[in-house]
Design a protein around this ligand. Structure first.
Ligand code: SAH
Ligand code: TRP
Length: 328
C-alpha cells in the first residue's frame, strides 16, 4: 500500500516477492512438462511492455487499430447505456485506447475514477501519471498485481462500474480457465455494473499468422524476451538466440499459438530452482495461445459465467469485436 501525495494517483503494489515466487513455480511446472509451456504474464517486464507497444503499431497487427476504431464509434453509446462513472481496466498496459472510453465518460459528465490493473509496474505508473494530467479531476487508483490472483484487492464496486478487458487478452486463457475467470469478473461488477470485452474474431488464418509473426521481427523479439526474464530473475542461462519464434493458427481449436523452437540441442540450467532442462533439436516451448472468437462462442462463455450480451460492436470487415456484457 502506498498512498501518494495529492496528485490524484494511488498505486497499490502487491507483487514484488510474491511475483517472483509464481515465476519460479510457473517455470518449474511448465518446463518439466512433456510439452514445455510458460504462462504469458511473464513476457511483460519493462522491455516486454515496450516491445508490446511496438507490436501494436505494426502494419500486420490489425487488432489494436481495429479495436480503437470500434471504440471511437461506440464509446458514447456504451457510456450512455451503462452510465459508467468508474472504469476498471484489466491488463491496462499503456492505456492508449482507454482514453477513448475516458473521454466519452468525461463528455457525458460521469467520469470519476479509473482503476488500472497490470503486472507491469512501469507501464501502469507512467499511464496513471499521464491520465491525471489529461483528465482534470480524475482519480486513479492503480493495482500492480496479477488479474488472475488479486482481483479481491480491487476497491468495492460502486453502482456504475464499467470493467474493461481490451486487446483480445481474454483470448490468452485456455477455454476452461477463461470461463472460470469470467465468473470471477461477474462477481466484481456490482449489481448495475458492466463488462466490456475486446475479442479478436475468427478470420483468414494467414492474416492471423502474419499478425503474430511480423516481417520486422518485433513479435519474435517479444516472444524471446521471456527467456531474458528467466535469465535475469532466476539466473537461468538460456542462449536466447538459439530459439526461433514460431506462430501458427490451429484451425481446429481456432487459436493462434506462439512457441519458441530450439534451433539445436540445448541444456539450460535454472540455479534458483536447482533445475536442468534439456531441449531436443527443434523442440518447442509454448509461450501463448490467443483464441479467436465468434459471437456465439462468446455468448456461450458469458452464459456459463452468469452473464449475457448487452451489446456487440464490430468493424465493417468483422475482424474484431467489442462486446458489452452484464450479469444476468
Ligand atoms: N490493454 C492493452 C494491453 C494488452 S497486452 C491493449 O489492449 O493494447 C496485455 C497486458 O496485460 C499487458 O500490459 C500485460 O502486462 C498485462 N498482463 C498480462 N497478464 C497479466 C496478469 N496475469 N495480470 C495482470 N496483468 C497482466
Ligand atoms: N493479447 C495479445 C494478443 O493475443 C498478446 C500478443 C500479441 C502476443 N502478439 C503477441 C503475445 C505475440 C505473444 C506473442 O493478441
Amino acid at each position: 500500500m502506498e498512498p501518494v501525495l495529492d496528485t490524484g494517483v494511488v498505486v497499490d503494489c502487491v507483487l514484488a516477492d510474491g511475483h517472483e515466487r509464481t515465476l519460479a513455480d510457473d517455470v518449474l511446472d511448465g518446463l518439466t512438462r512433456p510439452l514445455k509451456e510458460l504462462p504469458p504474464k511473464h513476457f511483460y517486464d519493462t522491455r516486454g511492455s515496450e516491445l508490446f507497444d511496438a507490436i501494436c503499431e505494426l502494419p500486420e497487427y490489425y487488432p489494436t487499430r481495429t479495436e480503437r476504431a470500434i471504440l471511437d464509434a461506440c464509446a458514447a453509446e456504451i457510456v450512455a447505456t451503462t452510465g459508467a462513472g468508474e472504469l476498471v481496466e484489466l491488463g491496462s498496459g499503456s492505456a492508449r485506447k482507454t482514453r477513448v472510453l475516458l473521454t466519452a465518460m468525461a463528455d457525458a459528465g460521469t467520469l470519476q475514477r479509473y482503476v488500472p490493473v497490470d503486472v507491469s509496474e512501469a507501464a501502469l505508473r507512467e499511464s496513471a501519471a499521464r491520465l491525471v494530467e489529461e483528465y482534470p479531476g480524475l482519480r486513479v487508483h492503480g493495482l500492480v498485481g496479477d488479474f488472475e490472483r488479486h482481483l479481491g484487492l480491487l476497491p468495492e464496486p460502486d453502482a456504475s462500474r464499467l470493467m474493461c478487458f481490451l486487446g483480445g487478452t481474454i483470448g490468452n486463457f485456455p477455454p476452461g480457465s477463461r470461463r472460470r475467470f469470467l465468473r470471477g469478473l461477474a462477481k466484481r461488477l456490482g449489481t448495475e455494473g458492466h463488462l466490456l470485452l475486446g475479442v479478436d474474431l475468427v478470420k483468414d488464418p494467414l492474416m492471423i499468422e502474419a499478425a503474430y509473426d511480423d516481417a520486422a521481427g518485433i513479435t519474435a523479439e517479444f516472444n524471446r524476451n521471456v527467456l531474458r526474464v528467466l535469465n535475469r530473475e532466476l539466473g537461468a542461462d538460456f542462449d536466447v538466440d538459439a530459439f526461433e519464434h514460431v506462430a501458427f493458427f490451429d484451425t481446429e481449436r481456432e487459436w493462434v499459438e506462439m512457441r519458441l523452437r530450439a534451433r539445436s540441442r540445448q541444456t539450460v540450467t535454472v540455479p534458483a530452482l536447482a533445475l536442468t532442462v534439456e531441449f531436443a533439436p527443434r523442440e518447442e516451448l509454448r509461450t501463448e495461445i490467443s483464441v479467436k472468437f465468434t459471437r456465439s462462442r462468446l455468448e456461450a462463455d458469458l452464459a456459463a459465467a452468469g452473464m449475457e450480451l448487452a451489446g456487440w460492436f464490430t468493424d465493417e470487415r468483422e475482424w474484431f469485436a467489442t462486446a458489452l456484457a452484464r450479469p444476468i
